[in-house]
Design a protein around this ligand. Structure first.
Ligand SMILES: NC(=O)c1ccc[n+]([C@@H]2O[C@H](COP(=O)([O-])OP(=O)(O)OC[C@H]3O[C@@H](n4cnc5c(N)ncnc54)[C@H](OP(=O)(O)O)[C@@H]3O)[C@@H](O)[C@H]2O)c1
Length: 275
């Protein structure tokens, strides 16, 4: 459905990643995509870089669009919602990617039965390998669901969840690229420590992460089974695994996801209360 006009309000990290991902995937063409940022200089620079109109007026962008993606920080979202509320009708679709901000809160500001979909993508949408959680507002119908699923499937996996799980999605996959980048950097540092060059270590760490992720996705086997394939008796992997278990590697991941989930809820409550 490339014919729908999309406006991305707040072309920062995730807004730009989405714009680049949609263009690269061919899900939107340059005539049907625009974005906003507050600074005229940044707007000009980004417009030239992305090859799409980037302007500073949110109401102008929202007026021209069928689908308005709100990708500003959660604390800025209420301001931007109020700014464009008069342009949002039942015929449009509002998509929020703001962490922690509830659909009911957005619907209340937009008023007038505007369809709202709340998403939690991650930055890997830029490589069309994102993971996006999706929850629906009360005025979003099957057509909206199909459209959003198609659009965001072009930049990765889309999973519909109940809204009360969106903080959990934020904690796991929204924040997730950070865990994996830390993992890659840690593996690469380790490679350097045991004698590899920095370039060799990064290349091996990245490819190992990628290959393992593809196996976990495509082989239909439990990760524990895949781990067993690598741990031969008295071998290197089981020796390393013993050390990882002693260090609480998996518990650290659980703590990190739990903390990010908690923080997502906390930030959302804070910004909705202030607004
Ligand atoms: N980053 C992620 O991986 C990720 C993943 C999923 C969801 N999210 C959500 O996406 C949203 C944006 O996060 P981000 O990391 O992309 O933040 P960001 O890089 O700071 O992007 C926000 C963008 O909004 C612009 N902006 C600020 N005020 C504005 C206004 N009044 N009108 C239009 N644009 C305005 C900012 O411009 P200036 O920089 O010039 O102020 C910036 O370009 C957040 O709600 C976050 O929860 C982020």
């Amino acid at each position: 459905m490339t014919s729908k006009r999309i406006a991305i309000l707040g072309a920062g990290h995730i807004g730009q990643a989405l714009a680049r991902g949609f263009l690269a995937a061919g899900r939107s063409d340059r005539e049907h995509l625009m974005a906003t940022v507050p600074s005229p200089d940044k707007a000009k620079e980004l417009g030239e870089e992305l090859g799409i109109p980037v302007i500073t007026s949110n109401p102008d962008a929202a007026t021209q669009a069928d689908v308005v993606i709100f990708s500003v920080k959660p604390q800025v979202l209420p301001v931007v919602l109020r700014e464009v509320a008069h342009t949002m009708t039942r015929e449009k679709l509002a998509v929020s990617v703001a962490a922690g901000i509830h659909i009911g809160f957005i619907e209340e500001i937009l008023d007038g039965e505007v369809p709202v979909v709340r998403l939690m993508p991650n930055v890997a949408v830029v490589a069309q390998q994102g993971a996006t959680g999706m929850a629906l507002g009360r005025y979003a119908d099957e057509e909206h669901v199909t459209y959003v699923k198609e659009l965001f499937s072009s930049v990765g996996l889309v999973m519909e969840v109940e809204e009360d799980l969106m903080d959990a999605v934020t904690g796991l996959s929204g924040t997730g690229p950070m865990y994996i980048f830390q993992l890659i950097e840690g593996l690469a540092d380790a490679g350097v420590k045991v004698g590899l060059s920095r370039d060799q270590a990064y290349a091996l760490a990245v490819q190992t992460t990628l290959g393992s992720a593809i196996m976990a996705r495509d082989y239909g086997r439990h990760p524990g089974h895949l781990k067993d394939l690598v741990t031969s008796p008295a071998g290197t992997a089981i020796a390393a695994l013993h050390l990882m278990e002693r260090s609480g590697f998996r518990a650290i991941l659980m703590d990190a996801v739990e903390e990010a989930t908690r923080r997502s809820g906390e930030l959302g409550r804070l910004h909705m209360k202030k607004a």
